[in-house]
Design a protein around this ligand. Structure first.
Ligand SMILES: Cc1cc2nc3c(=O)[nH]c(=O)nc-3n(C[C@H](O)[C@H](O)[C@H](O)COP(=O)(O)OP(=O)(O)OC[C@H]3O[C@@H](n4cnc5c(N)ncnc54)[C@H](O)[C@@H]3O)c2cc1C
Length: 368
């Protein structure tokens, strides 16, 4: 089998699908890993896919120059955001200033990408999707806009930011602004689907899905907590413990101190600000470039200083990729034999019982 990058190392950025002029590549998702498989009958050995793939050729990474914590000054936007609403504050300002924004949204059962200069459309990008999103097709759309002289802000996972950088190249770098997320790792959306199936739901049949309400991590599907409001489900427990990521995530070359973007955004875990500000959401912003700092200053963002050591110590993926836990090795076998919830219950019994008790107390009206 001929693959674009080393076996089981594919990040699922889908760049090779946009690059290949012969439609010779098929990205195979077997839950444990993705592989970009080349059809040797169609391939003309041009090597474009190998050369652009960020797993084979990582773009230059830059050392952070300044760190901030803060939030979107628009109180409603901050309230509705997973963290401090920095992604949407940057998006709004960039479009106001005449640019386009490319990012991820949930549509027709898929975590896909779009690019727009319409603020209302762009607000659909908001929210953290704790799953591997699919940027197929976005790279060529962004390049077309750059070729037409437009400015584009791309917000995505670090591997996707590396991909857009490789695709568009140095020639168009001046008009392409890059924001990546601090990323724990990502599971295939098929894993999420198999979790939802236990509740007679499927990605294809729902309109909306949220992965957290501020610091409360839980799945909310079409406005309802999958277990109940305030209780973490077993997908969330599996995600936070790093059980379900595809194999490449555990050796991710972009989970590091030096970054591929102008700005990296995440949560300001471990911050010393007061409880009420924490309830409203506080983001961490790691700035690599001067133009990244300009974007933050122009947007409607409250910027505060942050203790870099505390921020780094509370966000391991600003140093190294997550270590694959022991429980991940038996997960896929267990998934087939016992089903999602039972396999996670047997690995994380204490965490699960804690949430079950919380659920029980909420039902009795003794907790919320
Ligand atoms: C898989 C994943 C793992 C993460 N791990 C960590 C972590 O370990 N530590 C940490 O501090 N923060 C982590 N984050 C980031 C954090 O959850 C918030 O997404 C981030 O702080 C932005 O919050 P915000 O309030 O600014 O969001 P918003 O203002 O709503 O902006 C969020 C932006 O991120 C984009 N986005 C969200 N999910 C995806 C996705 N799956 N693929 C591509 N783009 C996406 C949205 O489309 C939007 O443009 C992770 C995010 C994801 C998606």
């Amino acid at each position: 089998m001929m693959t674009v990058c080393d076996l089981d190392k594919c990040a699922g950025c889908m760049l090779c699908l946009d690059v290949c002029k012969k439609q010779a590549i098929n990205v195979v998702d077997n839950l444990i890993s993705y592989n970009a498989v080349i059809d040797e009958d169609k391939c003309v050995n041009c090597n474009a896919c190998h050369n652009k793939c960020p797993q084979n050729h990582a773009p230059e990474k830059v050392q952070p120059k300044v760190w901030y914590q803060g939030w979107n000054r628009d109180a409603d936007a901050r309230e509705n955001a997973p963290s401090g609403g920095i992604g949407m504050a940057l998006t709004k300002q960039f479009i106001k200033d005449g640019g386009y924004v490319a990012s991820c949204l949930f549509k027709n059962g898929e975590f896909c990408f779009d690019v727009t200069n319409d603020i209302n459309e762009a607000m659909k990008f908001g929210g953290s999707k704790y799953v591997k999103s699919n940027p197929v097709g976005i790279y060529s759309k962004v390049l077309d806009l750059l070729k037409a002289g437009e400015k584009v802000l791309f917000i995505g996972l670090p591997c996707q930011v590396a991909a857009i950088k490789n695709y568009t190249g140095e020639r168009y770098a001046e008009n392409l602004y890059l924001v990546d997320l601090i990323c724990h790792g990502t599971p295939s959306p098929k894993i999420l689907d198999s979790f939802l199936n236990q509740y007679s739901k499927a990605l294809k049949s729902i309109n909306d899905i949220r992965f957290r309400i501020k610091t409360k991590m839980q799945l909310v599907v079409d406005g309802k907590g999958i277990v109940c409001k305030g209780v973490s489900d077993k997908y969330t427990i599996a995600f936070l413990n790093g059980v379900i990521y595809t194999n490449n995530c555990y050796s991710c070359q972009f989970a590091s101190g030096d970054r591929v973007s102008d700005i990296t955004i995440g949560d300001s875990w471990g911050n010393q600000l007061d409880g009420e500000e924490n309830r409203k959401g506080i983001s961490l912003m790691v700035v690599q470039t001067e133009r990244g700092e300009e974007l933050l200053n122009q947007a409607d963002i409250e910027l505060r200083s942050v203790d870099v050591e505390i921020a780094r110590n509370n966000n391991e993926q600003l140093v190294r990729p997550m270590t694959k836990p022991e429980s991940a090795y038996g997960f896929y076998d267990g998934l087939e034999k016992k089903g999602f919830n039972r396999v996670i219950f047997s690995s994380y019994t204490k965490d699960c019982i804690k949430q079950d008790i919380k659920h029980f107390l909420i039902k009795l009206g003794l907790a919320h």
